[in-house]
Design a protein around this ligand. Structure first.
Ligand code: ZN
Length: 203
């Protein structure tokens, strides 16, 4: 078990698709343990294998908070088998130190994967919870997709990258998300309306 170096945005391996795990061998178990050690060392809530330079379809998540006991979750060869709804998610990534921006996500996902013992499980995460959003973020890493590809405000995302000395947005990677966009538009309108009401109440 060891803490590994996290690959930063700009490194080509973050954009490479990862390969399936054929057998949960000792090597894969070490990879899982290294992912967990590295994620905890960096105070992250999720980490995918390509982020430590290993292009295998493996990621780990722990969304426990404060004094809750640790709850490491391991996903090997994950498949998203159901997705619905939309939510606005304020995200960062260990490969993008200090940069955060709003992105489009599904509110509900169902994922099928294998755990560290090679046992298959199905997990549902709903209502745009941190877990639901985190599963999508980490899953994307396995296909070379990064959170900024789902950006909502390009100006804000550019600012965040620049401020933190990260390379600029790769415009050709921005995703077209017709199944999310109408609902995101509505959510943004509601957000603006609420902020306006708040302002008015202050006066
Ligand atoms: Zn990430």
């Amino acid at each position: 078990m060891s803490i590994r170096k996290v690959v930063k945005y700009g490194e080509p391996s973050l954009r490479e698709p990862s390969k399936d795990v054929h057998k949960v061998s000792q090597k894969i178990k070490v990879l899982v343990d290294d992912l967990l050690d590295t994620m905890y060392a960096q105070n992250g809530v999720g980490l995918a294998a390509p982020q430590i330079g290993e292009n295998y379809r493996v990621f780990v998540i722990d969304v426990s908070t404060g004094d809750q006991p640790l709850n490491p979750m391991v996903f090997i060869n994950p498949k998203i088998i159901k997705k619905s709804g939309a939510c606005i998610s304020h995200e960062g990534c260990l490969s993008f130190p200090e940069a955060f921006t709003d992105v489009k996500r599904y509110a509900n996902v169902m994922v099928k994967a294998m755990d560290r013992n090679g046992r298959s499980f199905v997990l549902e995460a709903t209502d745009g919870t941190l877990l639901a959003r985190c599963i999508q973020h980490e899953f994307d890493h396995l296909d070379g997709i990064l959170f900024i590809d789902h950006l909502i405000n390009r100006f804000d995302a550019e600012e965040q990258l620049k401020k933190n000395n990260l390379p600029p947005i790769q415009v050709e990677k921005l995703l077209d998300e017709p199944d999310l966009e109408p609902e995101i538009e509505k959510l943004l309108e509601e957000k603006v309306k609420k902020e306006k009401e708040k302002e008015e109440n202050k006066q």
